[in-house]
Design a protein around this ligand. Structure first.
Ligand code: ZN
Length: 161
């Protein structure tokens, strides 16, 4: 079966930042990732490259920021009181933190620590990065009606209710 809209795909991936240090590996004996194709449950650049593939296919795809986590935006740098950080009273530069903002809980990276305030960057850590994925398609199946109505895949590696 080929990957098309409303198929459920399980896959392993290796991700690395092109020209950078960031690396991620879904393998290591873990469950494959699961997603419902055609609903932007994964990065657009990755989803587009999945189309038409079948179980057992291995391929490499490079994803630009436009089709990945987007570009960095300088207006996403914010100064917040330390007390707005959740569960982290002594942050260090580079820490990933959760900020209790007006708009809700936001993930951010600490860029500067002051006495009462910290400067955080709420850009996604991979925003603005060129990414390279090595993909191995493990399985492709028809989605259930329930999955299509929820717009995500169910099961280990996918959505669990
Ligand atoms: Zn669901």
């Amino acid at each position: 079966m080929q990957i098309a809209n409303n198929t459920v795909v399980s896959f392993h991936y290796k991700l690395e930042e092109v020209g950078g240090d960031y690396k991620e590996d879904s393998g290591n004996g873990g469950e494959p990732m699961l997603y419902l194709h055609g609903h932007r449950g994964i990065l657009p650049g990755l989803e587009d490259a999945m189309k038409g593939r079948a179980a057992g296919d291995k391929f490499t795809v490079q994803v630009s920021p436009e089709n990945g986590y987007g570009h960095r935006s300088e207006d996403r740098l914010q100064r917040v009181p330390v007390k707005h950080l959740i569960g982290r009273k002594k942050p260090n530069v580079g820490d990933l933190v959760t900020v209790n903002a007006k708009s809700g809980k936001v993930n951010a990276t600490v860029v500067k620590v002051g006495r009462h305030n910290v400067d955080v960057d709420t850009n996604h850590p991979l925003a603005g990065k060129e990414l390279k994925f090595e993909i191995e398609v493990v399985d492709v199946r028809e989605a259930t009606m329930e999955e299509v109505s929820h717009r995500h895949a169910h099961g280990p590696g996918g959505h669990q209710h």
